[in-house]
Design a protein around this ligand. Structure first.
Ligand code: NAP
Length: 255
């Protein structure tokens, strides 16, 4: 398949971790990829350069998903690459461990602005391009939930868990809202995945500490999550919408 022939995919937070793995695999599968990032310009450009080196199509685009003008900028870059066929709402943040009675309004606003509102704003921009209601040819959206949405993360980050719970509900509601417009909406629910996110929550050794206690006795990799995302995006999942796939090695699979 020619590079980029599958159409354009926007991956938010594509500079690092699960997003970067998703960008690389998507390009390999024939998507032209918008590698969005917030701050890590070098990392995002490295992902795009790796795709170019393999003969793929990609562009690194800065933008904070919680700001609507930035979201428009991200999707304008997608329009320049071709026809949008997919969105991966991957950008996400945690914060340092805290109890709810210690959380500042600034922390709560950031948590929900990026993890929840950012995903809704990007979905809005994608639907306006992909929905048959707006003259589009259809597409697929994959949201990043978390095992935290089922576990609640007491004593660590109930705010993050609640934000991911919102993503679960958003996935169901949006899937039904656009099901007849050619757009499928699904989510993946990662467990403990070996990325930088744990260090950004002040716990660089979190993966090593928890991994032996997990059902499969190891953490997952970003690539293992990316494979589930790519399946949900693909025509292989043509009758799958409104669902969530746990990619957690057995963690938090019981509701
Ligand atoms: P990560 O390694 O910390 O990477 C986060 C990515 O999000 C980075 O590319 C970052 O960009 C981007 N980002 C952060 N804030 C942004 C904003 N306002 N606008 C645009 N991009 C922004 O995280 P990860 O572990 O790969 O996690 C990816 C997703 O999976 C998140 O939604 C996370 O909640 C979810 N998840 C992860 C795990 C896990 O164990 N790792 C488990 C469950 C769910 P910069 O590089 O520019 O900062």
């Amino acid at each position: 398949m020619a590079a980029g022939a599958k159409g354009v995919l926007v991956v938010t937070g594509g500079s690092r971790g699960i997003g970067a793995a998703t960008c690389l695999l998507a390009a390999e599968r024939g998507y032209a990829v918008v590698v969005n990032y917030a701050e890590s310009v070098t990392a995002a450009e490295h992902v795009a350069a790796q795709i170019h080196a393999r003969g793929g199509v990609a562009v690194a685009v800065r933008g904070d998903v919680s700001l609507e003008e930035d979201v428009e900028h991200i999707f304008a870059a997608a329009d320049r690459l071709g026809t949008l066929v997919g969105l991966v709402n991957n950008a996400g943040v945690i914060d340092v461990a805290a109890r709810v009675d210690e959380m500042s309004i600034e922390r709560l606003t950031r948590m929900f602005s990026i993890n929840v509102i950012g995903s809704l704003l990007c979905a809005k921009a994608a639907i306006r391009r992909m929905s048959s209601r707006h003259g589009g040819k259809g597409g697929s959206i994959v949201n990043l939930s978390s095992a935290a949405s089922k576990l609640g993360s007491p004593g660590f980050y109930v705010d993050y868990a609640a934000a991911k719970g919102a993503i679960d509900t958003f996935t169901v509601g949006l899937a039904l809202e656009v099901a007849a417009e050619g757009i499928r909406v699904n989510a993946v629910r990662p467990g403990i995945i070996d990325t930088d996110i744990h260090a950004s929550g002040g716990e660089p050794d979190r993966v090593a500490r928890i991994a032996p206690t997990l059902p499969m006795a190891r953490a997952g990799t970003a690539e293992e999550v990316a494979r589930a995302i790519l399946w949900l995006l693909s025509d292989e999942a043509s009758y799958t919408t409104g669902t969530t796939i746990a990619v957690s090695g057995g963690r938090a699979i019981v509701p």
